[in-house]
Design a protein around this ligand. Structure first.
Ligand SMILES: Nc1ncnc2c1ncn2[C@@H]1O[C@H](COP(=O)(O)OP(=O)(O)OP(=O)(O)O)[C@@H](O)[C@H]1O
Ligand SMILES: [Mg+2]
Length: 475
């Protein structure tokens, strides 16, 4: 039944596309060109008019990236959004309140049609489940197209019955018409959430089905929704890009896995990062999370865009004690928030602390786990890990983060990255810090306790935050 209805949506999509192509006008020409570019159907995208557009856009976005879609991006004007900013103080919950702004946007019939046809294609399953009247109203138009498609379905069903084999095409087709699975988020600790969750049943029912090939048909959500500006970072497993979201005209960071995640188990593991971010919610010192999706066997994560990571700052400039205290205070605040939610980060280090407008944000939740040890533990960068975790003692995971914050601050004071050297690492893991000339004894003493070999003697995140030495920056 799902296949049939999905087929109807596809057929409807075809109908809408036909209507679109019959219309003429400047915007339509631009969009058509845009989609040709996107699907690689223009033989030479660098040619005349498109290179003109690229030049103009280059002056808007700072010159980075390939931008052959100037008119398309300028079409953001239709949506009444500010240009080229990442929303500040993005409280995701309050962001949902539409009641405040009732001002209407200018309408463009051509634009609306185009969006509608795209929507039908991408959100076919959502439309099917959420708007059954839409389907009943359009049944007649689609019956002709359905006939062929139902035949294909029948043949496929017969084949499956006979051989037990499900063809690749059938799986791909099903992944387009079945709703994506609802997964239980292991980082959400409030039991009552699951009790009242209307999707609880489906969650367990389809938890083993994680399609990761959406976009394999040539439709890329990343390219459709975002204009890539430039690469801003790379980790062991991912690349991070500064992007402009076409529909809201704001800048974001999009991180995607460099490795293809073919196995269900690999995808589940990668998803833990977004599940942790989603469960944590908004905090000014935690990098903001907006969205995530699988495409082409890769996980894409849309994040708040920050200016740079702390490692860049630490290697280029000497940091004053006051700045050190501010960083320590803000990351301790982030850790207190994270720990209070029952989560440990387990990869605190300068690379994973980002700065935005002078505010520190803890990022990269790829190793985040539950404090109650109900999830597997995968420790982060060994240079910042205390001895107990290397001995697989997971009793005080929150104190692992405190140790790593101590090492991070020590590295910032040193002004050069820690090496993998065994001696250096042994001294640090034993809490043996060399004297740090030019820095107060009080700070050095606090660092020593944060890096104590015994995790129970390390202060909690709250104790670090409320340490009297930090009064200097609070006042
Ligand atoms: N939201 C962001 N804003 C700005 N830069 C970012 C953002 N997210 C990541 N980066 C940059 O990209 C780099 C790599 O990101 P990230 O640490 O999340 O990737 P990773 O592959 O998980 O890393 P790791 O190698 O630590 O496991 C960061 O060090 C940072 O410089
Ligand atoms: Mg990282």
């Amino acid at each position: 039944m799902f296949e049939k209805e999905g087929r109807r949506v596809l057929a409807k999509r075809k109908t809408l596309c036909t209507i679109d192509t019959k219309k003429s006008g400047e915007m339509e020409g631009t969009l058509e060109r845009h989609s040709l570019l996107q699907f690689g159907q223009l033989s030479n995208p660098a040619e005349s008019s498109s290179s003109e557009l690229r030049n103009e856009l280059g002056s808007v976005d700072g010159g980075g990236g390939d931008c052959g879609e100037k008119s398309f991006i300028l079409s953001q004007d239709f949506f009444c959004t500010p240009d080229y900013i990442t929303p500040d103080n993005q409280n995701l919950m309050s962001g949902l309140d539409n009641s405040k702004d009732q001002s209407p946007c200018p309408r463009s019939p051509v634009k609306l049609n185009t969006v509608k046809s795209k929507r039908c294609r991408q959100d076919s399953f959502t439309a099917r489940t959420s708007n059954s009247t839409w389907f009943s109203n359009h049944r007649v138009d689609e019956q002709e197209n359905d006939t062929d498609e139902i035949m294909v379905d029948k043949i496929q069903a017969n084949q499956t019955e006979r051989t037990g084999y499900v063809s690749h095409t059938a799986v791909a087709l099903r992944s387009r018409v079945m709703p994506p699975p609802c997964l239980r988020n292991p980082y959400v600790i409030n039991e009552s959430d699951t009790a009242t969750d209307p999707f609880g049943y489906q969650r367990s029912k389809c938890a083993s089905f994680l399609p990761a090939s959406v976009g394999g048909d040539g439709l890329s959500r990343y390219l459709t929704d975002f204009h890539e500006i430039q690469q801003i970072g790379a980790g062991n497993f991912s690349r991070v890009f500064k992007v402009l979201k076409r529909i809201d005209g704001c800048l974001y960071a999009v991180k995607y896995s460099t490795r293809k995640l073919y196995l269900d188990s690999e995808r589940r593991k990668a998803m833990m990062e977004v599940q942790a971010l989603a469960a944590l919610g908004f905090h000014e010192n935690v990098v903001g999370y907006y969205n995530s999706w699988f495409e082409n066997e890769q996980l894409y994560i849309q994040l708040e865009l920050c200016d740079h990571s702390l490692s860049k700052k630490s290697s280029s400039l000497k940091i004053s004690e006051r700045e050190i205290l501010v960083i320590m205070h803000q990351i301790a605040k982030a850790l207190q928030f994270v720990h209070e939610k029952g989560v440990a980060h387990l990869d605190v280090k300068p690379d994973n602390i980002y700065i935005k407008n002078g505010v520190c944000k803890l990022g990269d939740f790829g190793c985040a786990t539950r404090l109650d040890k109900s999830l597997p533990v995968e420790e982060g960068d060994a240079r910042y890990m205390p001895q107990e975790i290397l001995n697989e003692n997971y009793e005080n995971l929150d104190k692992v983060d405190i140790f790593s914050l101590g090492v991070t601050v020590y590295e910032l004071i040193r002004g050069s990255p820690l090496t993998e050297s065994r001696n250096q690492s042994l001294n640090i893991k034993d809490g043996k810090l060399p004297l740090l000339p030019g820095h107060s004894l009080q700070l050095q003493q606090l660092l020593k306790t944060m890096m104590d070999r015994d995790p129970t003697r390390r202060p909690s995140a709250r104790e670090v935050m409320e340490h009297p030495m930090l009064d200097r920056i609070r006042g």
